[in-house]
Ligand binder design. Structure first.
Ligand code: NAD
Length: 499
């Protein structure tokens, strides 16, 4: 049995608490490693060392810090296959999907290679008589990142790359379900030249999260995970005077207009609904066709596509479309929600319950499920299912579809499929959701834009990565400077008349 570690001061460190979490292989249901869960003392010690290391790192000029990101990016590329395998082993997603997970994190590292440009200050010349103003961005000190299981590479990279580029030290607490990728990334960062102690990976559960939130040295917390935990962390961090940005769950709607290309829309729904077993915060879980004809035609196109999907372990070959869900509890929760959909009157057209795979009987596999005639009062509509379940909610008009999307408490992502530019533009303008796709199902913005939802999908200010991250991970200091007349007066050489 492999025993994992923390990564402190540039070295793997065994846990001392005697408490461990099992890291499962979701395809087989077997324990594949034990992860130490840190104590409050271990966390506080790691923070104290990080604070020491941050002093020199924060004083290192921005270009030298960016060079570490350049080397880091190179190492991620060199180790792409190894990192993808680590992601798949613990998460269960397919290898091509895992490569995407690493790649979308790498792209944030690439933006950080140009970090000095983002860290430039502002200057006003002659704001008053002889007065100049300048603002500078300075690191916060020690910051923390707390990340979810579903993107074991991408989200730790979204946190660590901008935070470190800005001159901070970081305590990273990855998900206890998929910790190995973050530990490997810490090794690669050290190889890239990051000084020891500047990134500390401290593994743990709620006890360590609470210790992070209560540690006075930690100045900011960046969290990604489910909405109840995001809201809890935001509240406790803010109460303790920390800067916090906490990204939560989602229920993403896709509106399909009668003029949409339905083949494209059906392909998009299958990819965005079932990819990664639906365990993406930007998954489309609600299809909202406008008009009965659109809804009927869409269902006809979806069913054969969904029936063709191949579910299996990531080792099962190139034609596996998606893998198991993350835990037995998650599988039970998803199948329980499917039960509730049936009981509450939705039409279950494809039933993923009871899916079994020979040789993987104890794995956490759920087959793809498709519901029609879902209504907003049903639990399958209200809950974030986070599994391979797509619900169709029928509407009669564009306005009704827009209202449904806007009334939903979550606001992470949404999409519209239409051939009409005016409708698409109206949707993008009016919808109260943070990321919008037009004939594009998963509109995760590129790394030089920023990522963030609205409503219950995010708590706090500023988005992840892009220019917002450089604002979140720095504080602004503004200097107003006046220099009184100096020696240029005293040194006047003109021949003055005597008074
Ligand atoms: P989670 O909320 O269970 O866990 C996230 C992190 O919080 C983990 O590191 C975990 O150890 C910690 N945590 C869990 N319970 C805690 C508690 N009671 N107190 C303190 N800390 C706790 O989320 P998850 O299951 O790992 O991830 C899936 C969720 O994340 C989904 O809701 C998904 O939509 C969301 N997500 C959101 C985004 C986004 O950017 N908005 C991105 C990815 C995932």
């Amino acid at each position: 049995m492999q025993e994992l570690s923390h990564y402190i001061n540039g070295a793997h460190v065994k846990g001392t608490s005697g408490r461990f979490a099992d890291v499962m292989n979701p395809a087989t249901g077997e324990v594949q490693a034990r992860l130490p869960l840190a104590t409050v003392e271990e966390l506080n010690d790691a923070v104290a060392k990080a604070a020491e290391a941050q002093v020199a790192w924060g004083a290192t000029n921005p270009q030298r810090r960016a060079r570490v990101m350049m080397k880091f990016g190179q190492l991620i590329n060199d180790h792409m296959d190894e990192l993808a395998e680590l992601v798949s082993r613990e998460h269960g997603k397919t290898l091509p999907d895992a490569r995407g997970d690493v790649q979308r994190g790498l792209e944030v590292v690439e933006v950080c290679m140009g970090g000095p440009a983002m860290l430039k200050g502002e200057f006003t010349d002659d704001g008053g008589p002889g007065i100049d103003l300048y603002s500078m961005r300075q690191p916060l000190g020690v910051v923390a990142g707390i990340t979810p299981f579903n993107f074991p590479a991408m989200i730790p990279l979204w946190k660590m790359a901008p935070a470190l580029t800005c001159g901070n030290a970081m305590i990273l607490k990855p998900s206890e379900r998929c910790p190995s990728t973050a530990l490997r990334l810490a090794e690669l960062l050290q190889e890239a030249g990051l000084p020891d102690g500047v990134l500390q990976v401290v593994n743990g559960d709620k006890a360590v999260v609470d210790a992070i939130l209560d540690n006075d040295t930690i100045a900011a917390v960046g969290f990604v995970g489910s909405t109840p935990i995001a809201q809890y962390i935001y509240g406790r961090a803010a109460n303790n005077g920390k800067r916090a940005q906490c990204f939560g769950g989602a229920k993403n709607h896709m509106i399909i207009m009668p003029d949409a290309n339905l083949d494209m829309a059906a392909d998009a729904l299958v990819g965005a609904g079932y990819g990664a077993a639906g365990e993406r915060c930007m998954a489309i879980s609600v299809a909202v066709p406008v008009g009965k004809d659109t809804a009927d035609a869409l269902i006809e196109k979806l069913i054969p596509r969904i029936e063709k999907l191949k579910v299996g372990p990531y080792t099962g070959g190139d034609d596996v479309d998606f893998g198991p869900v993350i835990t037995k509890a998650s599988k039970d929760r998803i199948t329980g929600l499917i039960d509730s959909g049936v009981a509450q009157g939705a039409s279950l057209l494809i039933d993923g319950r009871g899916f079994e795979l020979q040789g993987y009987e104890n794995g956490y596999f759920v087959g793809p499920s498709l519901f029609d005639n879902v209504t907003p009062d049903m639990d399958i509509y209200k809950e974030e299912i986070f599994g391979p379940v797509l619900s169709q909610v029928r509407t009669d008009s564009y306005e009704e579809a827009l209202k449904l999307t806007m009334d939903n408490p979550y606001g992470n992502g949404t999409a519209i499929y239409t051939a009409d530019g005016d409708t698409a533009r109206d949707f993008a303008h009016r919808v109260n959701v943070g990321m919008v796709g037009i004939n594009f199902p998963i509109p995760v913005p590129l790394s030089y834009h920023t990522f963030g939802g609205w409503k219950k999908s995010a708590f706090g200010d500023l988005n992840q990565y892009g220019p917002d991250a450089f604002r979140f991970y720095t504080k602004t200091k503004t200097v107003t400077a006046r220099w009184f007349s100096g020696i240029k007066d005293g040194a006047a050489l003109n021949f003055k008349a005597m008074d």
